[in-house]
Design a protein around this ligand. Sequence first.
Ligand code: PLP
Length: 478
Amino acid sequence: MTDARISSVYRQALEVIASVEPRVAEATRQELIDQRGSLKLIASENYASPAVLMTMGTWFSDKYAEGTVGHRFYAGCQNVDTIEALAAEHARELFGAPYAYAQPHSGIDANLVAYWAILAHRIEAPGLAERGVKSVNDLTEEDWESLRRELGNQRLLGMSLDAGGHLTHGFRPNISGKMFHQQQYGTDPVTGLLDYDAVAAKVREFRPLILVAGYSAYPRRINFAKMREIADEVGATLMVDMAHFAGLVAGKVFTGDENPVPHAHLTTTTTHKSLRGPRGGLVLAQEEYADAVDRGCPLVLGGPLGHVMAAKAVALAEARQPTFQEYARRIADNAQSLAEGFLKRGCTLVSGGTDNHLVLLDVTSFGLTGRQAESALLEAGVVTNRNSVPADPNGAWYTSGVRLGTPALTTRGFGHDEFDRVAELMVEVLSSTTPGQTSAGAPSKASYVLADGVADRVRTASAELLDKHPLYPEIDLG
Ligand code: PLP
C-alpha cells in the first residue's frame, strides 16, 4: 500500500538530486524500476526496509569518528557514540554475543579486522613474557623485527572457492591468501557435503592458527560445534564468516550446533544479505578478543560510516522483532521449494538440494556454462550469478553453475507456489538456450542463443508473479 509520506520524501529527494546532477536522479529512479521488474535470485542480495534506506541518507555521513565509543580522535562525536553503541547493543542481544563491533564498512573489512585481531591477540615476539614486557612502548627494534617475521608466518585454513568458500578465506588472489600460508578444505566429491573427518585430518596435518568456516555458495548447514572441536584439537582460533546466513541465525532457523556465535572465537558477517540491512559488516567476538577487535580502526579501517552504523542499528532492531523469525523460516522453506522445483524437472543440484537459503544449479546438464546460463536468464529478466561448482571443469570465470538465493524474493512475499513457478520458468529458459560460437566460428563458453519468443514469454509470466508481490509498495515515484 502506498504511503504518501514515504513517497513524498523520495520524490522530493529525487528532485533535489536532479537539480544538481539529473543523470544520478534518473539512474536512481531507473534502478527501482529495474529491480521491481526482475526476478532477483542473487543469493547475497536483499531489499532493505525504507526505514533502513532513509537512515543512510543523513548528515551522519558528514562526521569523522575514528576511535571507539567514548574514545574518539575527533571532537563532537556524542551522537555517533549513541548510534554505534546502539548498533553494537542490538547485535549483542540479537546474536547472544559477548562483544560486537559495528564499524566494518563491508564483509571483507570485517574479515580483515578479525584476522588482524587474531594475529594481535595470539602472536607475541618470543621472550616478552619472561622479560615482563607489558606495553608496546617497551618493545625493542629486535622485538619488532621478530614480530614482523612471526606475523608474516602464520597459517590459515578455509573452504575452497569451488566448494563454496569466499575469496577472503585464503583464496590466493585475495590478501588473505597472501598474508597467510594458506590451505583449503573442500567437500566430498560424491555427496557434495562437508566431510568433517577430512577437515579434521587436514587441520591435524596443517596446524593452522586460524580455521575459517562459512561460505558464499555452499547450500548446506554447518555443525559449528564440530568445527570448534576440530579447531581446539590443535589450538586454532575458529573464525566463522556467517555473511550469507546471518539472517537465518538472527531468525533462529539455525540454532544449537548450527548457530556459530557461541562456538566460534570470532564471527563475522555482512549486514546486507539475508540480514536485510544496509551494506556493511559486523564482528562478533568472545570477550578475550574484544580489545583486539576494538582496534579495527585504525588497524585496518578508516573513519567509521556513521550513517551506515545508524542504519545497522535500525536493521538489527527490525531483526529483533518476532516477524523476522517468520521471515527467516520462509527463506529456508522457499529454498526447499525452489530446489524441489528443479529436482522434479530433472535438474542437477550441487549436494542434491539445500537446507539453507541457497541453491547451486549445475547447468552442464543443459549443455551450458554458468556464463551462458546467467546471460540467457538475464535476457529473460531473471537475475542470478554464475558460480563455480566443485572441481569445476569450466574454471572460475565461465563456471558450470548458477547460484540462486531466496532472501530477496521472500522479502517481496513469494512463497512455495511462486518459487516452484520460478524453477519452471528458469528451466524453460535454460532448455531453450544453446551455446553460441566465437566470431571465428569456434564453440564459445560465453555466447549463447536463446530461442525466439522465450525471453518475452518468461518476462510476461514473471510480471504476473512480480505484480502480485510489488517491491516497495509504499513508494510511488509518480
Ligand atoms: N564473506 C562472505 C561469505 C561473502 O559471501 C561476502 C560477499 O559476497 C563477503 C564476505 C564480502 O562482503 P562485502 O562484499 O561486503 O565485502
